[in-house]
Design a protein around this ligand. Structure first.
Ligand code: ADE
Length: 285
């Protein structure tokens, strides 16, 4: 095959979106800030909701970084095809190993320290709070977003890519899933979420669903706030909340309840060392 290198091979492409372009600029991330490097055919989908509210503010302040790479920049030939028909036949198209390989190698440049590489896919290990916590402790992550039937298995194997799913349903592509993963991860980075106590209290932090919350007005359409919450008795409030969290978890998520009872982590998908890609070179972002 006459594979010519793409003209823009290796370039990190930062595309303008509805969000201020500045949010996407690499230079805004502080030195050493946790960074998501996203390989996608739709860089304009980023930052998307990540550019809003808490994550958006933190992005603008450089507390974390977001970079996109246009997958098509790594395709060759007149048509710059990124996909082809599946070997063995069947419906849909498959992302080519050579194109994805070049994109992953470009993303690996300047990736420092602990930098997992993830392909968002419905057949991946489930995203959980445990995995988000683990990712938040890395230096950054490279996320590959697909849009077709899949990715050539050879490149997933050779580049040690971890497949992660955000749930048992099929999305049209990995971009929304990547944003879900980034959001769940970034908010666990110290200083990104202003109030770390609320992270401690929220669902899954202790393997239980969160207890019900109430606020003013004290009576709404005839419904009152549970009396205990207005009692000012902190011990009673704490034990009421605990009971509520346990009852909700038992009823809605027997899987979580069993894991909680047995003292196991929520779901046991720690990233193994095999999926931790060491930095290639010491280049700083
Ligand atoms: N891409 C398509 N569906 C997906 C899912 N459920 N999780 C992650 N990535 C996906």
């Amino acid at each position: 095959m006459a594979d010519r290198p793409a003209r823009s091979h290796g370039r990190l492409s930062i595309r303008p979106t509805a969000q201020p372009r500045d949010l996407m600029a690499e230079s805004h991330a502080r030195a050493g800030a946790w960074t998501a490097r996203v390989i996608t055919l739709f860089p304009e989908a980023f930052p998307g909701v990540l550019g809003l509210s808490l994550t958006g503010r933190a992005l603008a302040e450089g507390l974390w970084g977001l970079e996109t790479l246009q997958l098509r920049d790594f395709a060759t030939g007149k048509h710059r095809n990124v996909d082809d028909t599946p070997a063995g036949g069947g419906a849909g198209m498959v992302l080519r190993a050579d194109v994805v390989g070049r994109a992953l190698d470009a993303a690996a440049q300047g990736a420092r320290g602990d930098w997992p590489v993830i392909y968002l896919s419905p057949r991946g290990v489930p995203l959980s709070q445990t995995l988000a916590k683990r990712l938040s402790q890395a230096d950054g992550v490279t996320l590959l977003c697909g849009r077709f039937e899949g990715v050539d298995q050879r490149v997933l194997d050779s580049r040690n890519v971890l497949e992660v799913s955000i749930g048992d349903y099929v999305l049209s592509g990995g971009e929304i899933a990547a944003q879900v993963l980034i959001d769940a991860t970034v908010r666990l980075i110290p200083r990104v979420l202003g109030n770390s106590a609320s992270v401690e209290e929220e669902s899954f932090a202790h393997g239980l669903l969160e207890y019900p919350q109430y606020t003013r007005p004290a009576v709404w359409e005839g419904h009152e706030i549970p009396e205990v919450l207005l009692s000012g008795d902190h011990a009673r409030v704490a034990s009421w909340r605990r009971e509520q969290a346990e009852a909700l978890t038992k009823e809605r998520r027997p899987d979580l309840w069993r894991a909680h009872e047995s003292g196991d982590p929520v779901q046991g998908q720690e990233l193994s060392d095999a999926h931790t890609i060491a930095a290639k070179g010491e280049q700083k972002d």
